[in-house]
Design a protein around this ligand. Structure first.
Ligand SMILES: [Mg+2]
Length: 292
């Protein structure tokens, strides 16, 4: 069986089964191995790369607002403006302990602030929100006021992507932000404050999905039903943004203003600068121009 190769030859043939095969079978065996290797190399695309690919091909992108496209948390700033900053801060900490629902926490905070129409108007005029800038890096310090959130939305629009603002904050505070980003008011999903005829605070619309836990996911589901979007990506800094995926196809965590460890863990792709998202979109542009 081993011919003149002795025990060592027999053992090495036993150790390498391919040596014992008919050449045609061996070729088939080798080509099957190559196919397996190529399949393996396809499947090793990391979760981060898959999310980047999804972002490049998405037809709908939903941005969170507070601490994402803008630097501030709207409700905290409004509370400070109305002289209720500390009380609301305490309640927010309590709510984060997990003893109340999202809607209860929203109601309690608004019951403390009780903003009137006049206060909201003055707040918007005197404390306009700040769009998230790029993190200053040596190669962009010559343009310190480059607002990356605006540039990112502009590029997405240019690519025909539908962009929405989906927020647990207040519509009246978000409308000026949407105007700055060239996002139509109809693409805002946020909470609505209610007022009496004399302009006093009268509560909030508790039928808005964004006033409840899981509300952002519900907005994504409705958008998909209404417009038939193929790939929806959510971008945000908070747990409620991460929870919207699924039904969203992808979630990109944003830590440029506030970094939350829980969100970072949940995000397949976590960025701290919108420039990283712009770079990924531009990369595809360069690649397609090269092919042409
Ligand atoms: Mg946020």
């Amino acid at each position: 069986m081993t011919g003149g190769r002795g025990l060592r030859g027999y053992l090495s043939a036993r150790a390498d089964p391919a040596l014992m095969l008919d050449p045609t079978i061996r070729n088939k065996f080798q080509s099957a191995t190559l196919k397996t290797i190529s399949l393996v190399s396809i499947s090793v695309m990391s979760a981060e790369q898959s999310t980047q690919e999804l972002f490049r091909t998405a037809d709908c992108v939903c941005f969170d607002v507070d601490s994402t496209v803008i630097v501030e948390e709207g409700i905290d700033e409004l509370a400070k403006f109305c002289g209720m900053g500390e009380e609301v801060k305490k309640l927010t900490a309590e709510a984060m302990g997990g003893n109340m629902t999202f809607q209860e926490a929203l109601k309690k905070r608004l019951d403390i602030i009780r903003p009137s129409v006049g206060q909201i108007k003055r707040f918007i005029q005197e404390h306009p929100s700040h769009l998230t800038p790029n993190i200053k890096k040596p190669w962009v310090t010559s343009k310190p006021t480059l607002y990356c959130s605006r540039e990112l939305v502009r590029i997405l629009h240019e690519r025909g992507v539908h962009v929405y603002l989906v927020s647990g904050g207040f519509r009246s505070l978000i409308e000026p932000v949407a105007a700055e980003l060239n996002i139509p008011a109809s693409n805002i999903f946020a909470n609505r404050l209610k007022f009496y005829f004399n302009g006093e605070y009268a509560g909030f619309d508790d039928t808005e999905p964004t006033s409840r836990s899981g509300g952002k996911g519900l907005v994504v589901r409705r958008l998909r039903e209404r417009h038939g979007y193929d790939k929806v990506v959510v971008i945000g800094d908070g747990a409620t943004d991460a929870e919207a995926c699924p039904p969203a196809d992808g979630f990109i965590g944003f830590g440029g203003n506030v970094m939350r460890e829980e969100v970072r863990r949940k995000a397949a792709w976590y960025v701290t600068d919108f420039q990283e998202l712009i770079n990924v979109l531009n990369l595809q542009k360069v690649a397609s121009q090269t092919v042409e």
